[in-house]
Design a protein around this ligand. Structure first.
Ligand SMILES: Cc1cc2nc3c(=O)[nH]c(=O)nc-3n(C[C@H](O)[C@H](O)[C@H](O)COP(=O)(O)OP(=O)(O)OC[C@H]3O[C@@H](n4cnc5c(N)ncnc54)[C@H](O)[C@@H]3O)c2cc1C
Length: 584
């Protein structure tokens, strides 16, 4: 009987992929060598993943492709030098922020480290915000279990954090009358995953529920537990509540390595975390680094998986379209029902816009957020799911990248090699929907590891309720008048499209996880998210930022290092010095 690596090599050769060395490392299959292109790289990874193994480490080089360069950190100082934290969370996405908040239920010191200038600026700020029901993931996977649990937990999380959750429901529209034959299979899958309340809705009834739905539908399978939330507001709210309960958030802080020492035979423990802001000790570390989680695992000597990167592009429609559709709809092709991604569709948002997307395209680099005509064409075909939507309704596009393992499932477990390291890796979709459940488990793993080192008591002062910022638009006219009388800044509207006031912009700059960039303000207040997309409000917001942050305008950025607003002065008569090398 041939070994698994030999069988993998044979299968790869049959597929025309020759010269690839396959070894078994810590029960994972490791691929080394060179392939001609990115398609072959993907083919090799997926081929290996179909064999029995823990995970796949795809170290194949791609001919002619430059290796990805790490961006240099914006800062370098010694803020963290010599400090100690009981628990350190790496990554300020929704998983890291939620985990940090869960950890503050305990009487321990907690630090959340984010390499960029704000939390939720990668996948967690670039997604559809769907609290999926948990149907799409294959039964028995971590994705299915965490999604269904996360979906239920969000009711409480939304109340506690003051982030609206709308249980709008979703409908999987049937493209073909023959698909009705699949309904018993859909019910079976829903039962296997524990998704409650699903039902089949006939064509006629679908038209009654969604007046503008495409005429080309043949009924729908409906999921009443599906909902939507603002994904970035959720992550920010988690981080703010963590800070309100004693955690410290360090932005612009990139983990660059660890110090390790042997513990038991064949095992190690992390003793120190190395960052651009100093080296410090930590009793337990959570790896929630999104698309870079394999890199963090590598720093810890525990790289038993590698990631591939699946970009998704969405378009945002004008708020006026919100009235044209209540539920999320999608119409997958038959082959997509078994595919690795759900295929996208139309998704309402809590703010009233509709989103169309996301697409799914494998890309060779991690943080690559460009959008192309091909993406736009793909999105246009989904616009037709609603007869009333027009291309002119589109305000803008955005892209995010999903962090996928080759087995296409989440990795949520304590490291088998490093005593005090917990992985929350490969958190692709439905990672947002699963976040509350993932956070509960990784925090529990961390506390278990801590309890082996010291006594851990509950944090008696833990307050799950976040002090949410004032939102004048949620107030009655009388309450709003009173608010403006007490603080006129809430009456000075800065963003006319979204009706955001100066007071809200100021609050975002003073919050417990303050916005330091224009995008940070946008995520917290929605200023700049409307039809004009910042055309009118940007200069005014920059003035407020400059005054609040006590920084000259020339140093303000859109999204952190490398995104300065101003490159220099246009009039020579001004005595101030110009700043070089920024983005206009
Ligand atoms: C287009 C698109 C649509 C999606 N739609 C949905 C949806 O509707 N519903 C759903 O459930 N899921 C959805 N997802 C998936 C969801 O966005 C992700 O599963 C989730 O956001 C992952 O969160 P995360 O915290 O693991 O990763 P991230 O949000 O990427 O956070 C990881 C963070 O770690 C930081 N980091 C990395 N390396 C370091 C380091 N060395 N030091 C310090 N910090 C570091 C990064 O800067 C980053 O901020 C979608 C994804 C995409 C791309």
């Amino acid at each position: 009987m041939k070994s698994v690596p030999d069988r993998v090599v044979k299968t790869l050769e049959k597929k025309g992929l020759t010269g690839i060395a396959v070894t078994l490392e810590e029960e994972s299959l490791c691929l080394k060598g060179m392939v001609k292109n990115h398609d072959d790289w993907l083919k090799a990874g997926y081929t290996a993943a179909a064999f029995p193994c823990r995970e796949v480490i795809n170290d194949l080089a791609i001919q002619g492709l430059e290796p990805e360069k790490d961006r240099l950190p914006a800062l370098s100082d010694s803020l963290l030098e010599g400090r100690h934290f009981d628990a350190v969370v790496i990554g300020g996405g929704v998983i890291g922020c939620a985990a940090a908040r869960e950890l503050t239920r305990w009487d321990i010191s907690v630090a959340l480290l984010e390499k960029d200038g704000d939390v939720s600026c990668h996948a967690s700020g670039r997604n559809d915000g769907m609290v999926h029901p948990g149907f799409a993931a294959h039964p028995g996977t971590k994705k299915a279990t965490y999604n269904v649990r996360g979906n239920k937990l969000y009711t409480r999380v939304s109340e506690d954090l003051g982030v609206p959750l709308v249980r709008c429901g979703s409908m999987l529209l049937l493209k073909n009358p023959l698909y009705i034959l699949l309904i018993p299979y859909f019910f079976l899958r829903a039962r296997q995953n524990g998704v409650e309340g699903c039902r089949f809705i006939e064509r006629r009834k679908v038209f009654q529920l969604e007046k503008q739905v495409t005429r080309k539908q043949w009924g729908a399978f409906s999921f009443p537990t599906a909902g939507v939330m603002s994904p970035y507001r959720t992550a920010i709210a988690y981080a703010e509540n963590a800070v309100q309960n004693g955690a410290e958030v360090f932005l612009d802080t990139r983990v660059r390595g660890f110090r390790l020492e042997p513990s038991k035979p064949g095992k190690t423990r992390l003793t120190a975390v190395e960052t651009n802001r100093g080296t410090f000790t930590a009793s337990v570390v959570i790896n929630a680094a999104g698309i870079w989680a394999d890199r963090i695992a590598q720093y810890a000597g525990d790289r038993f998986f590698s990631l591939h990167y699946r970009k998704g592009v969405d378009c945002i429609l004008d708020k006026k379209t919100g009235a044209l559709q209540q539920r999320a709809t999608g119409m997958p092709e038959l082959f997509q029902l078994r595919a690795k991604t759900k295929g996208g569709g139309i998704v309402p948002t809590t703010e009233g816009n509709l989103l169309i997307g996301p697409t799914a395209e494998e890309i060779p680099y991690r943080e690559e957020y460009s959008t192309s005509q091909t993406d736009i064409d793909a999105l246009m075909s989904r616009l037709n799911l609603n007869r009333a939507l027009k291309k002119e309704d589109i305000i803008t596009y955005f892209a995010g990248v999903r962090a996928c393992t080759w087995k296409e499932d989440f990795i949520i477990e304590p490291s088998r090699k490093v005593d005090n390291l917990i992985h929350a890796a490969g958190i692709q979709s439905p990672g947002f929907a699963s976040a509350p459940a993932i956070a509960e488990d990784v925090a529990a793993f961390a506390v278990e590891a801590l309890k082996l080192q010291r006594t851990v008591m509950e944090n008696r002062c833990f307050n799950p309720r976040r002090e949410a910022p004032v939102n004048p638009r949620n107030l009655s006219p009388q309450e709003r008048t009173k608010l403006i009388q007490s603080d006129p800044a809430y009456g000075r509207v800065i963003c006319r499209c979204e009706g955001v006031s100066e007071g809200e912009v100021r609050d975002a700059l003073r919050s417990s996880v303050p916005a330091m960039t224009l995008d940070g303000i946008k995520r917290r207040t929605r200023a700049g998210m409307g039809r004009c997309h910042g055309g009118f409000c940007t200069p005014r917001i920059l003035e407020i930022m400059s005054a609040e942050l006590k920084e000259p305008m020339e140093r303000l950025t859109k999204r952190g290092a490398g995104s300065l607003f101003f490159t220099g002065l246009t009039k020579e008569t001004e005595p101030k010095k110009a700043v070089k090398g920024g983005e206009a």
